[in-house]
Design a protein around this ligand. Structure first.
Ligand code: PMP
Length: 416
């Protein structure tokens, strides 16, 4: 074991001390997109606690949270009814020799709630669910090609990771790409797949990092459905990020387009680790035939948390409230940007908004805005879509807008 001299605690924050310790025992200090080096200056790496729409870092600073744990927190951190359901289940046992009654209850609830679904299966992470959807589609069709939109994120597994490190070309051998919302490019990819088309996999809306968000157009959604029908392939919607925030029946229900398979995670258990696949009867047999499993996939606590989350989402019209809070934030940011004479572009559904600055290819303005807003108590993101929750109240949004006004001032103070 190596001896390490730790920095003096008198001069360093708890966050800095934890970062120094982590660098020694965690490769890179932290993996993936969560490495604070990727975030604007001043962003904490480590968090201590959270309640409602507020998160606290390990130095005791509190922020109004617009990331909601990158999506899972739909109802607010530590929502009392979700906590009570999870605690009651935990008292009976979480990790058993197989599933509990709660798995069947939850599958019945999803099937009742989602018009496209005849069945459900459960896992842990979003990447489990997107991967299994692809496996089911291939098993069900006996074909290989999967069409994905260029730049869409479906998880960090070798077949879909945004990085090439450690990934082989063979891992992605049967993926073909199209442009989101571009019917022609979709049809060209369908043609390229020819008789080998297993599935079209598409996110609920276009939420690629660092570019304006786009909701799907009706012609695009209908073309995806029609191409799958004409070729006997599966339409898979990746609801991992958007699920429950746009429409609790499924994000494309409003477009009149239903998927064959859907991948869910993040918000469905309000912060507890759970993913789900839902599907229709066309793919039931294939879903039964593939071999999938995970040591923790039957965990009863997350399923009990999901039951409570879904019930509350149904009973309280959570999407309308979350949308209203997102609209309040968006309107307030537009007014402030205008007052400061700063050009911004706001995009996406208000529940999952993004604000980008004009002429900001290197994200200097976005980062300066976020750093200053953070110092005044609002946790925004400069490039990734943000998330509103049912715990945000108008007063929280107004307080965050005060913090945002410091962000806009910081942008004005940047060197030209
Ligand atoms: N699909 C989408 C659209 C996502 O946003 C994510 C996670 N950000 C995933 C899949 C993968 O989910 P997980 O990180 O839970 O594996």
């Amino acid at each position: 074991m190596t001896q390490h001299t730790m920095p003096s605690s008198e001069t360093r924050s708890a966050d800095a001390m934890l970062r120094a310790r982590a660098r020694l025992v965690v490769p890179g200090g932290m993996w993936g997109h969560l490495n604070a080096a990727r975030l604007p200056d001043g962003y904490p790496q480590f968090f201590a606690s959270a309640e409602g729409c507020r998160v606290r870092d390990v130095d005791g600073r509190e922020y109004i949270d617009f990331m909601c744990s990158w999506g899972p927190i739909l109802l607010g951190h530590r929502h009392p009814e979700v906590q009570a359901a999870a605690d009651a289940q935990a008292a009976k046992g979480d990790c058993l020799n197989g599933p509990g009654e709660v798995m069947v209850d939850l599958a019945e609830e999803l099937v009742a709630m989602l018009p496209h679904a005849d069945w459900a299966m459960f896992q842990k992470n979003g990447g489990d669910a997107t991967t299994s959807c692809v496996t089911i589609a291939r098993a069900g069709t006996g074909r290989r090609k999967v069409l994905v939109a260029r730049g869409s994120y479906h998880g960090a597994l070798p077949w879909c990771s945004p990085s090439v490190a450690g990934v082989t070309a063979e891992d992605r051998a049967h993926l073909l790409h199209f442009e989101y919302n571009d019917v022609q490019s979709l049809q060209a990819a369908v043609e390229e797949a020819g008789g080998d088309l297993a599935a079209i996999l598409v996110t609920a809306f276009r939420h690629d990092m660092g570019r304006d968000l786009e909701v799907p157009t009706r012609p695009f959604a209908e073309a995806a459905r029609a191409a799958c029908d004409a070729n006997d392939a599966a339409l898979i919607i990746d609801e991992v990020r958007a699920g429950l925030r746009l429409d609790i029946r499924g994000s494309w229900e409003v477009l009149g387009v239903r998927p064959d398979l859907c991948a869910w995670s993040k918000a469905i258990a309000n912060g507890y680790a759970l993913a789900a696949i839902t599907g229709n009867d066309r793919f039931r047999e294939a879903a039964a035939r593939i071999f999938v499993t995970g040591s923790f996939w039957c965990g009863t606590v997350a399923m009990a948390a999901a039951q409570a989350t879904l019930r509350i989402a149904r009973e309280t019209d959570v999407t309308s409230h979350v949308r209203a809070m997102g609209e309040r934030l968006r309107d307030g940011l537009a007014v402030l940007a205008n007052q400061h004479g700063i050009a911004v572009r706001q995009s996406g559904p208000p529940q999952m908004p993004l604000m980008l600055f004009e002429s900001d290819t290197e994200v200097r303005k976005g980062r300066a805005f976020c750093s200053a807003a953070l110092r005044h108590g609002a946790f925004f993101h400069p490039q990734h879509n943000m998330f509103l929750s049912a715990a945000h109240r108008p007063a929280d949004i107004d307080e965050a807008l005060q913090a945002a006004s410091h962000g806009f001032k910081a942008v004005l103070e940047l060197d030209p």
